[in-house]
Every structure is written in structure tokens, then in C-alpha cells.
Design a protein around this ligand. Structure first.
Ligand code: ZN
Length: 439
């Protein structure tokens, strides 16, 4: 068992290394789906769907929805949703800026709620996508500069004696990474164009982000933990992909959704608040010759798992967790509750999901924020405003969420894969509101 847990953690670390940005995460997920025989569809074109067929669509290159059709008329939908983006810094349009002492810095802005201090004094690189001129229009390519390129240097303690007394970093100044000497001005554009395989003048646009190049590692006296960039939320994206790939066709349309822009509120063309999921469900209905009302009748016999990590109890700060509902790393899948429905979990969805985990032999635990603390929100409640179905919010327990180097438990990825495999295998049939037949 321990060996399997370590193997799944190593596989997760390898997956995360392929995915410095949401664009790369989606590219890697698409390539794994293609290798497993899934057919890529285009949002721009009608496609016939075969019983038992497997398909996927991307939007903006940074969100992806894959689905597996049942062999007969669908009973409903079984969806696992996670997110592809992580907090970071985005390079501004005119990114190169002269620094003091003949240096060249990068003009950046925060993407999402990152822990600023975690980005200092470590090798960083740049990745994202480039839009380039092509023979008949424009085309988009992922870009990975993939070498130690920049560092955000701290000010020496002798020049900032209060740095250990709660220093307030200013993202308009303190977090501009050093990328070279002034004489290197213009070289970033050249490097991006070369990586996108185009002439510099054909580079028409780019969305570029900083990323932490420190590889993931397993640590602890008994290899209990691992540390890695972007655990939130590539751990759930990875686990849901593995579970989805190994699922067998069922009576439900099984879906895997990985959305971009969760860290900035999901309100983009490709985020969980967009029409991407409903458009995909409509497309499936159209291919089956069903009207909207017929599709709506799927929803009572459907379920969504919104998978996004939660906070483990901190070894030095137990007071920051709820006294009763504080999950621990390596103790299984976390079911997340919030009275104000920041998390969708309720008695019904929790009962369904807990039963699934129990049958699969996967331990579950519970997360709730301390009653005087606001937590983050996630995908489930946002997605539910577009496609309303019974939803549970779950995740894995981790430390240092939104640091550029987070910590998780080595047994947890495997627990999540097992739980989601069991989820994709269920048949859930609505008998009446709140009553289900499950097999
Ligand atoms: Zn997250």
C-alpha cells in the first residue's frame, strides 16, 4: 500500500512538472485523454456522438471538459470538477523595466491570492502561451522557457530590520523579479518567439506567468509528506483524471471538467461561471436529438463532485482550525461544509458521497472554517448557478495553500483516485426529490 501511495505521489509530482500554467495543465490532460482513445471535438463544429464514445473539448486552451457516453440512453450526469490555475504573477504587457544599478526587472501583477513572501529568493521561470502570425491567420502555442531565468530578491536584513516583524510586501515594487542586466532588454521577447518557433515580429501577443522551478519532493522520516508547487488544485485535477481514465462506461454520462480562473473568481469565458459546461451538455443533448426539457430531466439523477483542496490543521497553529472539523493530511478525502453555501455540501450530497467512499474503503474527514473566519469559495456553488445538480465539495488536506511551494500527504492522492473511481462507477436514480435509488 505504502509503495502504491508513494508511486501515485511521484506520478502527481511528474504531472505538476508538466503544468507550469493552466494552458500546460490542459495540454497535458488532453494528451493523456488522446492517448487513451478520446476524440477531440471542436466547439465550432457539430459532431455525432457514438454510444460508449469518449470525447473532449477545450476552451481558451486553459479549460477542458471530457465525457464518456453510456451505451444506452443516459440516466444523468456524473461530473468531477476541479481547476487548472494556481496563484502566481502575470507579466504585464510591457514587462521589461529598468531597475536600479543597471538591472532589468519584470513588471508583474498578482494573479489570484498568492502568499507573496513564498516567491522570494528562489529560481523562477516563465511560461504561458503565445499568439503568433500564421500563413492564414493566427495560431496559439504554449510557451515554456524552462530554465532558471529570474529571482525576486529579498532586501538584506541589515537594510530592513523589521522584515521578521510582519513586513508588508508591495506588489507594485517588491515583487518585480530580476531577469538580467539592462543590456539584455528585448531578449525576453526573443526568447518567447524562439520558444513559440516564430520570428519576433510574428509574435502578436502573449499571456505569460512566473512559475516556481523547484521540483516537487517527498519528505518526512517515513516519507509521510510531499512538497510541490501548485498542489492546489493540480492534485485534484490529476486524481480526477486518473479516476476518469480508468472508469468503465455506466448508465450516466461521465464527465471530467477542469476549469481555469478559479483563483480569480471563475468569471471568464472559460471559468466555472461560464457557459462551458452547459454548452457541452447542450451539445450532447443535440447529438442525441433531445430538447432542453429532456436534458433537464437528467439533472435529478445527476451528481457533481467539486474537488478542490482544503486546509489541514497546521502543526503550529491548531487555533486557526475549527475545533471539531479540522482535517489532517494522510487521513483521506475531506468533505467541505459551509452554512452559507460557499461549499455546496449538504446532508444529501454528503450522505451520497460518504456512502460511495465507505463502499470503496476510502476514509473521509470533514472541513469547516472556524466560525469567525471567511474561507475561500470554489467551483461547486458557482457552477451550480449554471447547471443545477446535487453537488458535494471535497478536497484533500494540505498546508500552505497559495504558497508557491505547498505541502500535502503522500497517501492522499491515492485515496482521492479510489474515491472518484467509485463515484464514476455508481448508478444514481432519483425516485423523488431527496430520494434516490443507488447501485
Ligand atoms: Zn483551489
Amino acid at each position: 500500500m505504502k509503495q502504491q501511495q508513494i508511486a501515485s505521489t511521484k506520478a502527481l509530482i511528474d504531472f505538476i512538472a508538466t503544468a507550469p500554467t493552466a494552458f500546460h495543465a490542459v495540454e497535458e490532460i488532453a494528451s493523456q485523454l488522446s492517448a487513451a482513445g478520446f476524440t477531440p471535438l471542436s466547439e465550432a463544429h457539430y459532431a455525432e456522438l457514438q454510444p460508449g464514445g469518449c470525447y473532449y473539448l477545450t476552451r481558451n486552451g486553459s479549460s477542458i471538459i471530457a465525457f464518456r457516453m453510456p451505451d444506452s440512453d443516459p440516466l444523468g450526469l456524473l461530473i468531477v470538477a476541479s481547476h487548472s490555475d494556481s496563484p502566481t504573477f502575470k507579466l504585464k504587457y510591457n514587462a521589461e523595466v529598468n531597475g536600479a544599478g543597471g538591472t532589468l526587472k519584470l513588471n508583474t501583477e498578482r494573479y489570484g491570492g498568492t502568499i507573496l513572501s513564498s516567491w522570494f529568493d528562489r529560481p523562477l521561470s516563465i511560461a504561458g502561451r503565445a499568439v503568433v502570425r500564421s500563413n492564414d491567420g493566427i495560431s496559439t502555442k504554449t510557451v515554456t522557457l524552462d530554465r532558471d531565468l529570474a529571482i525576486i530578491p529579498n532586501v538584506a536584513i541589515h537594510q530592513n530590520r523589521s522584515v521578521n516583524d510582519g513586513y508588508k510586501y508591495n506588489p507594485a515594487c517588491d515583487t518585480f523579479p530580476l531577469i538580467g542586466e539592462a543590456a539584455s532588454a528585448g531578449k525576453l521577447q526573443e526568447a518567447v518567439a524562439a520558444n513559440a518557433d516564430c520570428a519576433t515580429e510574428d509574435l502578436l501577443g502573449s499571456d505569460l506567468y512566473l512559475y516556481n522551478r523547484t521540483p516537487g519532493t517527498i519528505f518526512g522520516l517515513n516519507d509521510e509528506f510531499f512538497a510541490c508547487p501548485r498542489i492546489d488544485n493540480l492534485q485534484c485535477a490529476f486524481a480526477s483524471l486518473q479516476a476518469f481514465l480508468s472508469a468503465k462506461p455506466s448508465r450516466h454520462i461521465q464527465m471530467l471538467a477542469v476549469f481555469d480562473n478559479e483563483e480569480t473568481g471563475s468569471t471568464s469565458r472559460q471559468g466555472a461561471a461560464s457557459t462551458f459546461l452547459t454548452d457541452t451538455v447542450d451539445r450532447i443533448g443535440e447529438a442525441l436529438g433531445l430538447n432542453a426539457a429532456a436534458i433537464h430531466r437528467w439533472l435529478p439523477s445527476s451528481m457533481m463532485v467539486s474537488a478542490d483542496n482544503g486546509h489541514a490543521i497546521h502543526p503550529c497553529h491548531p487555533e486557526l482550525s475549527d475545533p471539531q472539523n479540522a482535517p489532517r493530511m494522510n487521513q483521506g478525502v475531506v468533505i467541505k461544509y459551509n452554512a452559507n453555501q460557499k461549499y455546496t455540501t449538504d446532508a444529501l450530497s454528503a450522505a451520497l458521497f460518504r456512502q460511495i467512499c465507505e463502499n470503496a474503503g476510502v476514509p473521509t474527514q470533514v472541513f469547516a472554517n472556524r466560525s469567525d473566519m471567511m474561507g475561500g469559495s470554489t467551483l461547486g456553488n458557482i457552477s451550480n448557478t449554471k447547471l443545477a445538480l446535487n453537488t458535494v465539495d471535497i478536497g484533500l488536506a494540505q498546508l500552505a495553500m497559495h504558497s508557491c511551494y505547498e505541502t500535502g500527504g503522500t497517501s492522499d492522492t491515492l485515496s482521492m483516485i479510489r474515491a472518484l473511481e467509485a463515484f464514476y462507477a455508481i448508478t444514481i436514480e432519483s425516485v423523488s426529490d431527496g430520494n434516490y435509488k443507488i447501485s
